[in-house]
Design a protein around this ligand. Sequence first.
Ligand code: 8YV
Length: 295
Amino acid sequence: MHELFTVHQFPASGNHADLPAEVRDQVRALAFKGHSQLGADIIDAFPNIGLIANYGVGYDTIDVAHATSKGIAVTNTPDVLTNDVADLAVGMLISLSRGIVGASEWVLSGKWANTGAYPLQRTLSETTIGIAGLGRIGQAIGKRLHGFDADLHYFARSEKETPGWTWHNDLVSLAKQSDILIVAVSGGPETKQIISAEVISALGADGLLVNISRGSTMDEEALIKALQSNQLRGAALDVFNNEPNVDARFLALDSVLLQPHQSSGTVETRKKMGALQRDNLSAFFADKPLLTPVS
Ligand code: 8YV
């Protein structure tokens, strides 16, 4: 980044106002990473920007409508992270349904030698799996699960071309039909808490839930209550409402697999995400078409 552009670091305080006004005036583009709010207040504090280049596919914390109204473009980093996110979703699902983390602990703690075989877990193959959201990532997850001989169902606004997967235009209907529900919708106001108490209850006491999208898509209160009262068999979560401060009630549950929002977190993918963010910035400064604009 520093070789290509004159870079001003965002203040360590996290407060844009700590950057002197004369520096803010010089800034022509914002390179954004993270999940804090990039709202109208910050956008307005940089009067000469024409681009917000996000490092990540999800841009739910950026006020895109406000940026657009001011003629500021927003770019993201789609595609390059799809495989890693789908891999982690499937990995979390296998680990949750087969109790892999607990099984490792069983060996490490000497329980295998001292108390005997690990309790039986549940099969993953030949179950009915629902995918909420069939964008790039949802499709990549489906492609992987197809190999498990799973009966695949999905929720999307419109029916997609798939190898025989069943479309639902209603999440409760999808959850009712599924043994496992994987959440892969994008975050934002439209999907806020769409995994509601009703959806969780429709999944049922034997159900498993996997979330690799955004914490905001989940009614976390309802999820915690369902897990605490065994109204849901388990949940594998890479994303949370108040990251990185995970609700402490999750930590007390045996039926969860918790990940630190790391689905795109590989050396290879993060390099590609950085390169795509920089390429968007370069295109902007060279007055060329942006590679991956969101709007
Ligand atoms: C983050 C993500 O961008 O792409 C997304 O939407 O959530 C992640 O890849 C990454 O953790 C950097 O903040």
